[in-house]
Design a protein around this ligand. Structure first.
Ligand code: 5GP
Ligand code: ZN
Length: 112
């Protein structure tokens, strides 16, 4: 997707503060953190969101959780919230699937 912001980060065309990278996933700090520790985990492949997942993505989708927990541990985040916005009304602004990992402060429930 040539006009996708996160595809451009994957391609190295836009800089990001990377925390982890492998063949099919990337984690980097959010540019506008909503908590003291806030990073994103994305598939390198362009997937719009959970609603766009196909069966062949099952392993990749599960892997995002494992990478999230691994990076959180590396960053000394021992308690964190995972958020995935799917669709504009849910708050999705970047239409390349991403997992928000938020930590470093108490979280409220229900979320806004
Ligand atoms: P969404 O609202 O789509 O779930 O979340 C998009 C997230 O991407 C937001 O938290 C926003 O701060 C983050 N973001 C938007 N543009 C950039 C960017 O250029 N670099 C980084 N690192 N994060 C970005
Ligand atoms: Zn993309």
């Amino acid at each position: 997707m040539s006009d996708c912001l996160f595809c451009k980060i994957v391609a190295g065309e836009i800089p990001a503060e990377k925390l982890y990278e492998d063949d099919d996933t990337l984690a980097f700090w959010d540019i506008a953190p909503q908590a003291p520790k806030h990073f994103l985990v994305i598939p390198k492949k362009h997937i719009v969101g959970p609603s766009d997942l196909i069966k062949e993505d099952d392993a990749l989708a599960g892997k995002l959780f494992r990478i999230a927990a691994k990076v959180a541990a590396e960053q000394d985040i021992d308690s964190f919230r995972v958020v995935v916005n799917d669709g504009a009304e849910a708050g999705q602004v970047v239409f390349h699937m991403h997992m928000h990992i938020l930590g470093g402060r108490p979280m409220n429930w229900p979320p806004g």
